[in-house]
Design a protein around this ligand. Structure first.
Ligand SMILES: O=C(O)[C@H](O)[C@@H](O)[C@H](O)[C@H](O)COP(=O)(O)O
Length: 232
């Protein structure tokens, strides 16, 4: 499915424009079925977008927010994506949203992945909105080059749910939704900023293995069009 590029003058305009688009999509879902779902990525890029979205007018009590992926750390750890979302998105009007974490207090990341899969099944599918980021190595979610479960994560036959991932560039063990869970979102967004990420995207759009740059799986095989939001 082709990707559509939305280029903005700066990060602030992107944050506002993306918040408008997401608000529209979530509101339409609430009108249609009195519920809406969004899975967001962590990292440093989405902060301004989260803050913009948090003040938007919609019936947040009908919205379920979860994470595309999470580091296997508790929510009070500064590396936690849950903490990032709690501090930047689940504030203001968006405080009324239901949040489903991926991290679960358990003996292992594998146990946590099983628990998180069961918990997040209640969200229903497909997601109304998925916001992906991308690393300079072409990873997205926790689909890292050389990742321990990368083949399974990208395999369209892998059931929807959360699996673990370990990789050199990932830091802690990760919990990540699979490609099959994310690729058919009503609104599938890749949010990247800066010239470096634009270069990475161009490289990813060239020929090459998905395993080398896992974002290629999304760009090449997602059922939904990939809406790329980029600012310099
Ligand atoms: O947990 C994470 O880190 C994210 O889910 C990850 O996939 C992120 O989107 C990219 O690493 C980009 O991160 P930056 O926005 O910090 O460049």
């Amino acid at each position: 499915m082709a990707a559509i590029l939305h280029a903005f003058t700066n990060a602030a305009e992107l944050a506002s424009g993306l918040a408008d688009k997401v608000t529209e999509r979530l509101s339409a879902a609430i009108t249609a079925r009195a519920a809406a779902s969004i899975a967001v990525s962590g990292g440093s890029t989405p902060k301004a977008f989260f803050q913009e979205l948090s003040v938007r007018d919609l019936d947040w009590s009908k919205v379920t927010v979860t994470l595309v992926d999470e580091r296997f750390v508790p929510a009070d750890n500064e590396r936690s994506n849950h903490l990032l979302v709690a501090n930047n998105l689940l504030q203001n009007k968006a405080k009324a949203a239901r949040f489903l974490p991926l991290y679960q207090k358990s003996g292992s990341a594998e146990d946590a992945a099983k628990l998180a899969t069961a918990e997040t099944k209640t969200i229903g599918n497909p997601f109304d909105v998925v916001i992906l980021g991308m690393g300079g190595d072409g990873h997205t979610a926790s689909f890292f080059p050389g990742g321990s479960n990368l083949a399974a994560a990208l395999d369209p036959a892998t059931p929807r749910g959360i699996i673990t991932m370990e990789a050199e560039g990932a830091g802690e063990p990760r919990l990540t939704f699979t490609f099959s869970s994310l690729q058919d979102a009503g609104l599938l967004v890749l949010h990247i900023e800066g010239a470096g990420k634009k270069d990475t995207l161009s490289k990813a759009e060239d020929a090459g293995e998905e395993a080398e740059m896992p974002i290629r799986a999304v760009l090449r095989r997602a059922a939904s069009p990939v809406e790329i939001y980029w600012a310099p």
